[in-house]
Design a protein around this ligand. Structure first.
Ligand code: SAT
Ligand code: MN
Length: 591
């Protein structure tokens, strides 16, 4: 067992409940060693050295990428596996048609069989972590038991991990139990099980991202969304960004987009040169925990301490902040390598790859991609040059607007505002998006992804929307709700909106709406910018493209409404009546 730093109580003694659980898992999984992680820099350095020795981590060019490493995952283990992810509630209806369900006893029995003896010859790592600032009343803790040192390193970047978390667990007297083993990495022996009623997660057979870093999607979204419902708050798949205008005022926006649809880019946006004086502050890039505050506003904390971001496409032009940030102390997974031992990915713009994401020789002439489309960087948030100091505020930041969005080549305009909170809940519930490489399965098919939570809501969406309505009723000063779409295409398939830094133009309009500084054009689906109100100075968008980007096609929207009605039907009585009433309203206004 690792020894804790001298001045502290030995870790297992600090939290007897954790020690008891660890002991029962030890008996089941029979590891050779048990290591309690203290989260120290020395521990992290030792783990990295160990993985370098075993060949699981490769040190990258330390002159150009100091502190950076590369890991390759098993080729069959490169993304979340939604078809193997289950919500195991006693009552099937509580998981809802939006989730795969398995009875808890059945799931426990299956997992027991898989975990039995699975850590023989391996080390069992005990990873205590805190989601959110250690001293925030809104933070929640967990312990992940894992046999993967790669997972430990990721968790040490992505969460507040180690001694301080364990101390908080001892104070809180409760924690989420996450048990993980990479098993044999066999896709046929792979399951990600959630037991929200017991605050427990069991994951077997994958070492990748959201399947294995249990603090992230499993805890901070699936389990937390369940907890949030019983406690009156919201756990959402949202970035949180501070936007400072040239007058020096900063307002905060939370935005929900599906995986690999640009959350990190928006959270780290670089204002275009034609918008001098604007400044962006990142609070979070993936998950927001939202609480009604004492002043009637909604407050957000980012439960994470790092970013697990998509690498391909990152360069100086698309996101210089991210590009600079990942040049030091970054763990890359499944990118390609150059002859100079630098990481390489499609869209890096500099240099060329010689080996691909599996370490095999790569020839540019062969055409295929060299980095996996879901290759990732893991990096500490404090590496971010525009990390908001308010990220550490235990009370969070007040949210002025919530923005929903999807990847849609047609139908959804560039931006519109919901009429009120209730209508906004329908707008969020109607989010649809083309699938991406972040999950296994076909890429590019449009599917409903309410609030970008389809893969992450830990309970029935019908109850979830009802809870959203309930939270709105409690807020004296609710944020305004919006919908955006950066991904509209023209007849030739080309993107019509430049995206990236230019998205700030849309954010500016949104903030002006929140401050009551600008009017809007009422349409059947909500409020749209009046011509001339979007700041397009210096933007490369034609007037005709703009017209189309802000058009509402009655036929397309009638179709959208009827699809949404059919979707709501899947949830039967659990879908709140308010949602159908909102659809009636849109239909009536469409005429
Ligand atoms: O693999 S993760 O779930 O962590 C990343 C994502 O899909 O957003
Ligand atoms: Mn995500």
């Amino acid at each position: 067992m690792a020894t804790a730093p001298q001045a502290f109580t030995p870790l297992p003694l600090l939290a007897p409940d954790v020690a008891e659980w660890v002991e029962s898992v030890r008996q089941l999984t029979t590891p050779d060693r048990v290591h309690w992680c203290d989260g120290s820099a020395a521990e992290l350095a030792r783990l990295k050295q160990q993985l370098e020795k075993s060949g699981e981590l490769k040190q990258l060019n330390q002159t150009t990428f100091p502190g950076c490493h590369l890991a390759y995952s098993h080729p069959s283990d490169v993304a979340r596996v939604e078809h193997l992810t289950f919500i195991c509630t006693r009552n099937k209806e509580d998981a809802g048609p939006n989730n795969n369900w398995m009875a808890p006893e059945e799931a426990r029995a299956r997992m027991r069989a898989l975990f039995k003896g699975c850590m023989k010859g391996r080390t069992l790592y005990v990873v205590p972590y805190c989601m959110g600032p250690i001293d925030s009343p809104y933070s929640r803790c967990g312990v992940e038991i894992t046999d993967s040192a790669y997972v430990v390193i990721n968790m040490s970047i992505m969460t507040r991990m180690g001694h301080a978390a364990l101390e908080r667990i001892a104070r809180d007297g409760r924690f989420v139990k996450g048990l993980h083993s990479t098993g044999e990495l066999d896709p046929d022996r792979r399951f990600i099980m959630h037991f929200p009623e017991d605050l427990a997660i069991e994951s077997y057979g994958s070492g990748y991202g959201g399947n294995a870093l249990l603090g992230k999607k499993c805890h901070a979204l699936r389990i937390a969304s369940w907890q949030a419902r019983t406690e009156g708050w919201l756990a959402e798949h949202m970035l949180i960004v501070g936007i400072q205008n040239p007058q020096g005022e900063t307002r905060y926006i939370a935005a929900a987009f599906p995986s690999a649809c640009g959350k990190t880019n928006l959270a780290m946006l670089i204002p275009p040169e034609s918008m001098p004086g604007w400044k962006i502050w990142t609070v979070g890039d993936d998950i927001a925990w939202l609480h009604p505050g004492p002043d009637g506003r909604l407050y957000a904390i980012n439960p994470e301490a790092g970013y697990f971001g998509v690498v391909p496409g990152t360069n100086r032009a698309t996101n210089k902040n991210a590009f600079d940030m990942i040049h030091r102390d970054t763990l890359f997974t499944n990118v390609a390598l150059t002859a100079d031992n630098e990481p390489w990915w499609e869209g890096r713009k500099l240099n060329t790859p010689v080996t691909d994401w599996q370490g095999k020789p790569y020839k540019t002439a062969d055409g295929g991609v060299s980095a996996h489309p879901n290759s990732r960087f893991t990096v500490a948030a404090r590496n971010n040059p525009i990390y908001s100091p308010r990220s550490e505020d235990p009370m969070g930041v007040p949210i002025s607007a919530i923005v929903f969005g999807g990847r849609r080549r047609e139908v959804a305009p560039l931006v519109y505002e919901a009429r009120d909170w209730q209508h906004g809940v329908l707008v969020g519930a109607s989010v649809a998006s083309e699938t991406t490489a972040a999950a296994t399965g076909e890429v590019g098919v449009v599917r409903r992804d309410p609030m970008a939570m389809k893969p992450f809501a830990g309970y029935n969406f019908g109850d979830y929307w009802a809870h959203w309505l309930e939270v709105g009723r409690k807020l004296e000063h609710p944020p305004r709700l919006f919908h955006v779409n950066w991904f509209r295409r023209d007849a030739d398939g080309k993107f019509m909106w430049p995206g990236f830094g230019d998205n700030l133009r849309v954010m500016e309009w949104i903030l002006k709406r929140c401050a009551g500084q600008v009017g809007a054009r009422e349409s059947a689906i909500g409020y749209l910018p009046n011509p001339g109100d979007l700041n397009l100075e210096g933007a490369n968008v034609s007037e005709s493209a703009m017209k189309e980007l802000l058009a509402v096609s009655p036929d397309a929207w009638r179709n959208e409404v009827s699809e949404m009605r059919a979707y709501l039907k899947e949830f039967g009585d659990r879908a709140p009546a308010e949602m159908s009433a909102e659809l009636d309203g849109i239909e009536k206004r469409l005429g």
